[in-house]
Design a protein around this ligand. Sequence first.
Ligand code: PEP
Ligand code: MG
Length: 865
Amino acid sequence: MTRHTGQPLLLKAPLSGHLMPIERVPDPVFAQKMVGDGVSIDPISQRLLSPCDGTVVQVHSAGHAVTIAAAGGVEVMIHIGLDTVQLKGRGFTPAVKAGDTVVAGALLIEFDADHIATHAKSLLTQVVVTTMDRVATLVPRSGSVTAGSDTILELTLVDAQVETQPAAGGTVTSDAIVVPNPTGLHARPAAVLANLAKKFKADIRLRRGDDQANAKSVVSIMGLEVGFGDKVNLVAQGPDAEDAIATLVPALQRGLGDEGTAPASAPASMMVSEGAAPAPRSRSADPNLLLGVAASPGLAVGNVFQMRHEEIVFPEDADDPYRERRRLDEAIEQAKLQLEALQARLKGEANPGKAAIFAAHQELLEDPGLTEIAVSAIAKGRSAPFAWRRAFRAHAESLATLKNELLAARANDVRDVGERVLRLLTGAEAEQPELPAQTILIAEDLTPSDIANLDRTRVVGFCTTAGGASSHVSILARSLDITAVAGIDPAALDVPNDAPVILDGRKGTLRLNAPADEVARIRRLQERHAAKRKADLETASQAAITGDGYRVEVVANIGGLSDAEQAVQLGGEGVGLLRSEFLFMGRATAPTEDEQAEAYREIAVALGPARPLIIRTLDVGGDKPLPYLPIPKEDNPFLGERGIRVGLDRPEILRTQIRAILRSSRAGKVLIMFPMIATLTEWRSARALLEEEREKLGLPAIPVGIMVEVPAAAIMAEQFAREADFFSIGTNDLTQYVLAMDRGHPKLAPQVDGLNPAVLRLIARVVEAAHQEKKWVGVCGGIAGDLQAVPLLIGLGVDELSVSVPTIPGIKAAVRALRVADCRRLAQDALRQDTAAAVRALCPSPPEDDASASSAVDSALRREQ
Ligand code: PEP
Ligand code: MG
């Protein structure tokens, strides 16, 4: 039986404005009272006042929500605006912190109503009682109210002594769940979880590491400050514990209905089974040969320099939390400026794509998941450096334990950006040791910043005991053309400074005590390599015509404007593949039609009127998830909603992109192609959509092609050739689908070879069908830039090779050294072979490739092409 306490609790208006029933708030979580019952205010003031006397339980780190514990165990949450967590604190200035005592009318948060109204869904502010189990009756008022004086809610409370008994029964603990919500478990997902949990009798806890929250309490869940990528468990104890876990775990995995949540899945190839021990590092029998993973190709001879990071020391505690918070904010701002300068420098050094790695670091600094842990430690009296270091290390560690290797590799980025801020906070200088010429660095781990700051005149290569081929450090090394090996045998750390060594970035080895004649041989090879590169660059602007007069167009695979500019400089005759998804990645929302039209227009202008720009429509899904385009978790994402299937399923996205492409077509020679076409129905639907938009815009037709990357499209090439204007063969995907081998699978990737005769036979078929209909065929998969494959592709009649930007001069030079008559004979011979290895044995190997190709680096490179 419920006993009522005598005195009603009157909650005062925290803002001036007009009251609205909570049921009418355009957000189901509030309207359906999942957070609790209360009232909403359409505010006309900007200073949020406390509605009652009490203690501040929590101020959300994004500054948009505050919870007050009032008399009788009642907790009141005030949530300013809707979807305001995404503003990441911009526009909010909290005046209180957790633990503060406040009286009714005290200032809680000041906010910038203009900013919120223009950047969030709504300014409507909800005042809700989250502990409804303490409330017997709740009567909301209506009409206009004045902050601090009018009552908005009248509550009568149940007797605080009435406690529910914890339910008896067994305990069930879930497996770890990786939180997929981009902004963590903020109010809305917390409310959904709490409401689901309340349906069960069991006591349910949400655990992250040693911390835990009552899963039936919104405030308690929010207090845990669970961020994106955090690993949590649910623990239920009671008669229906098993049912509770079975219901709540999938809901958490799916993001608790949070918009823009993609389940934290990874390509199958990137997954390792839970609890599986890491693959044992192989050791060579030769004590002078240390083994690792190939990370960036090349052969480097030089002398060892052991690089060690010094631990920065600082006091752990501080007296003035406000001062510490200010120091942290300033250091973060300064770090952002440094990162901007670093990006500008990398762009200037023609490494624009890689500058994006540091743009991602800037984003990390804006992640409330990272700052909120630091801020709460500061509030508890810790110094800013101590609080910050603890926060970023915890964040990095939680990433490092993720099953998704790509996400786990980002732990190093978090440490990198964390150390940058820490140095700014403490005034510690970045370590810049004096390096001798021809240095080969050895370290446990290096960060992207270390690599970007390497003195390239002195460092010829590096190897680390940590990391893998897909880390940002390895990607940077490849783009900067520095030989690198990751995951090297830790014995490398004991090699003395100045010891002469050979680092083989293709085999992934470090050779100690190298014989002098071996060193001399490598140096000669390097000199030949450099001379060849120089000669190729000098002739890069000339056409790629074989000795007997067969012309092949050599164009670029690009991800954006800077790649296009670089492609033109390196002799690219156009763009054979703009991976438009790059414009959609690394953002919280999709680019608008205008933004896209402008981006495509800029690229078309950079290429000039004569060079073609083939824009591939959005190719996401499979291994390329987008946070704001959630695709339900699929058992086989490569066989699921990918490429054109996503566009046809969400036609507005495809239509917007098509309109943008059509609008940009006025600026140059723009062509369009659709990815992952498997059936004529898909192709016809996509083309019909294009036609509709074109007619609406009243623009002339542009050539429309398809990517041939699904075996069905290759097999049906005759039919497609009658309707499509051109084909571009995506051999990366075609090979994986023909061989039924995941293109990124760590074990299978070496066998996913586009020179497999099964793939070559399909290419031959596609070319024949296209030429029959007088249509042209390009190849834009990785083999187009493979020097062993080029004569074969020419021999099969391919008209265009679309390759990664840096390889353009070398591919053009290789074409000029060939004769088409020989290529045709070679191709016919290749089609008769049994295996990819037999095909490769027929093709002349480029001289600088005498080191055998390594699987990890080759598959990583193929993915990047
Ligand atoms: C391909 O599949 O070969 C291709 C070029 O497309 P992507 O690598 O972007 O999937
Ligand atoms: Mg593809």
